[in-house]
Write a protein of this length. Sequence first.
Length: 145
Amino acid sequence: MTDTRETDMAGPNATHDASASDLVKQLSEQTSRLVQHEMELAKAELTEKGKQAGIGAGLLGGGGVFALYALGALTATLIAALSLAMETWLAALIVTVIWAAVAGVMALLGKARVQKSTPPIPEQSVESVKEDVQWTKTSAQRGRR
């Protein structure tokens, strides 16, 4: 195998004197090397982005856990505030019913959205393709006449 620096540094006359097969060989080697370097660069970039995404996902999960802690503290605060005006068990029951109502509404809204998005078929595209097939059939039948 020849050193690529020799052919690169030899100048335009060396390339001019090289045979077509040598030029194709050089092109193949350089293309292969270029693709290898690009793949290594892409791999390194994706590795770094993957690390950052993993860290971000971990922080997001941690934030969710602490949000649940905050919700628990808010619940205790609401119960404590209501217990100044009524029995503690009644205050706890009221807060529980409120949270259950919020959860129920969110579940119903979520269910409606999921049902609206199913089946996961691009319905407009399917309809368009059906129309195209019908148009093609009609055109082909007219062409036969």
